[in-house]
Design a protein around this ligand. Structure first.
Ligand code: SAH
Ligand code: SF4
Length: 367
């Protein structure tokens, strides 16, 4: 059996080297070849002894997911549909801006958490992505984008300066693999991104937030979406297990590990559901004690969602109240919606092991 080296962080590579009778420091050289230079053929790794290169060629591969399609939107947003085997597709989105470029990475095929307004959630869950499939998205983006130097952002000298785990899936439900991929993103021998330029977005898995704080306290975004448990229970069902009070306490604990940081609360604006002035006031009271920013996300619709995007006046009024109360608040620009690359539109092709889609279809016919 060949080993896919894209599955290993520095420690995993050092262990692998030891197993095949090589010095552990080779791990650093391998990381650079694989992640910084995007080399897949061991023959090209010129600072490794010929005997080692031959050994690696016999025992290992460097294998990322396959690109199925590559779309570029009118605003420059680029989306790759990647195959991860057995008819499963995942999506990765690249969002270039003037002084930074963000890659939005998926962590699972589908998602089991079934948030009411999310297209990924509607499709159910198939499986967790491997480390190679998670870091492979950044690896592919770098390789594809480096080909054109206009993609390099001047102040960071990188094609991808920021990573957000906001694609398909709940990253903290695939904890070990996500953390290993995060380690690679931060490792100077691999991508060397700073902790603050890597963001994990979670719907609120409280115990895993605590574990992330201990293991790898990158920037944290929390999908709040409602100012009280009654409403959040309906929109983000995991709230029934980890209600708002527990979630906010976990956010406060998180900031103890990173005291100069803040939590970003994401709030999808759903017309007539969570977007009134009353909701904004309730929200302001709720988060008083948490150092935080808000990111309001205009709802991106998809077939059969049952929700509507809040009108721009409602979003502005909501934002203004938060700003007046002293919270830094941004409204997310909707990028790439002509190629269905906007938040919550990522669908891929999911073989749902939970059979949620079939159940939902049956419910429809019963109604
Ligand atoms: N599972 C994680 C990360 C992936 S979703 C999470 O839920 O945080 C990234 C963000 O997009 C989340 O804030 C999510 O709530 C939001 N989102 C999901 N569906 C959306 C939609 N249809 N329109 C706008 N935002 C959506
Ligand atoms: Fe899963 Fe996040 Fe979508 Fe909720 S919003 S269903 S947690 S991907």
């Amino acid at each position: 059996m060949t080993t896919n080296l894209l599955n290993y962080d520095i420690k995993g590579l050092a262990d692998f080297c030891a197993e095949i009778g090589e010095k552990p420091f080779r791990a650093k050289q391998l990381l650079r070849w694989i992640h910084q230079l995007g080399i897949t053929d061991f023959v090209d790794m010129s600072d490794l002894a010929k005997s080692l290169r031959e050994k690696l060629a016999a025992l290992a591969v460097i294998e990322s997911p396959q690109i199925i399609s590559d779309y570029v939107a009118a605003d420059g947003t680029r989306k790759w549909l990647l195959s991860v085997g057995a008819d499963n597709g995942i999506e990765t989105v690249f969002i270039p801006e003037a002084n930074r470029s963000t890659l939005c990475i998926s962590s699972q095929v589908g998602c089991a958490l079934a948030c009411a307004f999310c297209s990924t959630g509607k499709q159910g869950f198939n499986r967790n992505l491997t480390v190679a499939e998670i870091i492979g998205q950044l690896w592919i983006a770098n390789k594809m984008l480096r080909a054109s130097s206009e993609n390099v952002t001047p102040d960071t000298n990188r094609v991808v300066s920021n990573v957000v785990m906001m694609g398909m899936g709940e990253p903290l439900a695939n904890f070990e693999n996500v953390v290993m991929a995060l380690d690679l993103m931060l490792d100077d021998h691999a991508y060397g991104l700073s902790r603050r330029r890597v963001t994990v977005s979670t719907s609120g898995l409280v115990p895993a937030i605590d574990r992330l704080r201990e293991r790898c306290p990158v920037a944290l975004a929390v999908s709040l979406h409602a100012p009280n448990d009654h409403l959040r229970d309906q929109l983000v069902p995991i709230n029934k297990k980890y209600p708002i009070k527990e979630l906010l306490a976990a956010c406060q604990r998180y900031l103890i590990a990173a005291p100069r940081d803040f939590i970003t609360f994401e709030y999808v604006m759903l017309d007539g559901v969570n977007d009134s002035i009353g909701h904004a006031r309730e929200l302001i009271k709720l988060v008083q004690d948490v150092p935080c920013k808000f990111n309001l996300i205009p709802f991106n619709s998809f077939a059969g969602s049952g929700f509507k995007r809040s009108p721009p006046e409602a979003v502005r009024a909501f934002r203004d109240l938060l700003i007046q109360a002293g919270f830094v608040t941004t409204v997310r620009k909707t990028r790439g919606d002509d190629i269905a690359a906007a938040c919550g539109q990522l669908a891929g092709q999911v073989k749902d092991k939970t059979r949620r889609a079939q159940r939902a279809a049956r419910m429809e016919t019963v109604k």
